[in-house]
Design a protein around this ligand. Structure first.
Ligand SMILES: Cc1cc2nc3c(=O)[nH]c(=O)nc-3n(C[C@H](O)[C@H](O)[C@H](O)COP(=O)(O)OP(=O)(O)OC[C@H]3O[C@@H](n4cnc5c(N)ncnc54)[C@H](O)[C@@H]3O)c2cc1C
Length: 491
């Protein structure tokens, strides 16, 4: 039996999910004096932006381990640093590990990057500064598309129109010859779930280059205390602005009256009325909460479009010692990519889409304790590995195989690492979906905000990673969805 609904008009908007995006949307709406209630299924806030304990004495990020795309305006407008956000690193260098020990380091120092590339190809070393200038210029031009809440389809710059029809592989081949550089850049363009062979994969690298951290273009950061510090800062900001956040409140169904959203029903049976719902869930999951047929044919088409083709997994390791990487000395407070050739990504995508785990798995790993020593006992370390692309289903019953492949690769670079593992936790795509909800769909990186945020049901909007050009811990889609919602809420 359903409980009686709350007093109509008690809330202007409900938000499903207290992850970074749901909390940002709530803070934005509340700041504009809207009455907002965030409903979070779990007993804690933060979603995929969480810090967990590993064994008795280690802490590690779960699931998102780095801040790839945190929206600078969210940080400043909500004074997140006053709410406890601190950066342990603001500009993390990118390192491509190589079996021959000639690791490739791309950091802020352009001359050092050129020297590192020259060890692989003199021609690439000469091309790099020009490529990076063009990439950053494109990134800046695209910010109006990716950062601003425009309800209109903005005209694309000519250079992006060209990139829209070629693949990342073709673009990189037109500039570079070395496997080392192409493989490293391919990882940065893999967040949206595209294969480097897909038409439309090239703009994903531009998206990466459009991001900014503390005024530095393309920078990636690590939060002191791990990602939970960011979620907690947003939670406090949302509450300070007047939003209400309820945990342990799973939305089981969305109510639709005369074709328009009218509220939500929780798994407890409680009904909460509101004319607007902003959902952090992906499009398919959000629409599945509405009554069958509520959105007509468009509803079904939208839900089908939303299905992700590939997924990611995370492995956390606690180590009593981290052996040094053989070969050229590299900084430990870096992000390391284990994939030596562009073909590794292409093959992994083909396998993942066919429901298989590739022989060679591309992944990025960091040692969070190298950024923030408080995360592990003195002299010990935590390592976080982000593996992608993987099949959306089928990893759970092959977890031992997945685990041993990743550890074997780590062992190749940091010889003997496996002997120092004291705790491990592998989160397969299935584990992540079960804990936090299904992954975002394909990136649709050049689609307008309007198409990404709105659904076929008036009053239902998306405010989570699925509606971002590329899903990341950013808060940007929360901010943009709130701007769309503000235009709809009666004053
Ligand atoms: C393995 C992996 C690694 C990643 N690494 C990074 C990284 O290093 N850096 C980065 O920037 N991004 C990373 N990402 C992407 C990033 O984690 C997401 O884009 C981001 O966390 C999305 O935030 P969100 O607020 O939109 O959703 P979420 O963080 O997923 O929050 C959604 C919330 O909704 C809640 N919920 C679900 N169903 C219901 C319901 N029915 N009722 C109420 N509440 C519900 C969930 O419990 C959850 O708290 C990674 C993703 C994966 C899968």
């Amino acid at each position: 039996m359903n409980a009686a609904p709350n007093a109509p008009g008690a809330f202007d908007a409900l938000i499903i999910g207290a992850g970074v995006n749901g909390l940002t949307a709530a803070a934005n709406l509340a700041r504009h004096r809207k009455r907002v209630l965030v409903l979070e299924a779990r007993n804690k806030i933060g979603g995929r932006c969480e810090t967990v304990t590993l064994g008795d004495s280690f802490s590690a990020p779960s699931v998102a381990h780095l801040l790839y795309a945190l929206d600078p305006s969210v940080v400043s407008e909500f004074r997140l640093t006053h709410h406890g956000l601190k950066f342990a690193a603001r500009d993390v260098p990118l390192v491509g590990l190589r079996a021959d020990g000639k690791h490739l380091v791309l950091g802020r120092d352009r001359h050092a990057a050129v020297r590192s590339i020259a060890a692989h190809s003199q021609a690439d070393a000469e091309a790099w500064p020009k490529f990076q200038r063009e990439l950053f210029e494109l990134g800046r031009v695209m910010r109006s598309h990716w950062w601003d809440a425009s309800p209109f389809e903005l005209p694309l710059p000519a250079a992006i129109k060209h990139l829209k029809v070629i693949s990342l592989a073709a673009w990189l081949d037109s500039w570079f010859e070395s496997d080392a550089l192409k493989a490293l850049l391919a990882f940065d363009a893999s967040e949206g779930g595209c294969s480097p062979l897909d038409a439309g994969s090239a703009p994903e690298l531009v998206w990466r280059a459009s991001q900014e951290m503390s005024g530095r273009q393309g920078a990636v950061a690590f939060a002191s205390g791990g990602p939970a510090t960011l979620a907690q800062a947003l939670f406090e900001a949302a509450q300070a602005a007047g939003a209400e956040v309820r945990t342990g409140a799973r939305v089981e169904a969305l109510l639709v009256t005369e074709g328009t959203i009218s509220g939500a029903r929780l798994s407890s049976g409680e009904i909460i009325a509101a004319p607007l719902v902003l959902s952090s869930l992906n499009r398919g999951e959000s629409l599945a909460l509405t009554p069958p047929g509520a959105g007509g044919f468009a509803h079904m088409a939208q839900a089908n479009l939303a299905k992700p083709a590939v997924a990611s997994a995370q492995l956390l390791l606690a180590l009593d010692h981290l052996p040094p990487f053989g070969g050229v000395t590299v900084p430990l407070n870096a992000r390391f990519v284990a994939a030596e050739r562009l073909e590794t990504f292409i093959a992994a995508h083909a396998s993942a889409r066919a429901g298989k785990i590739a022989d060679e798995l591309p992944f990025e790993f960091i040692a969070p304790s190298a950024f923030d020593a408080a995360l592990a006992p003195v002299g010990q370390h935590v390592v976080s590995v982000l593996i992608r692309p993987l099949p959306v289903e089928g990893c759970e019953n092959r977890r031992e195989e997945l685990l041993s492949k990743i550890v074997a690769t780590l062992d190749r670079f940091a010889f003997g690492l496996s002997k120092h593992i004291v705790h491990k936790e592998l989160l397969t795509p299935e584990n992540i979906a079960e804990r936090y909800g299904s992954p975002s769909g394909p990136g649709h990186v050049l689609r307008s905000w309007d198409l990404r945020v709105r659904t076929s049901i008036p009053g239902l909007m998306l405010c989570g990673a699925d509606a971002e050009p590329i899903g990341a811990v950013s808060g940007r889609v929360g901010r943009v969805a709130a701007a769309f919602a503000l235009a709809e809420v009666p004053r």
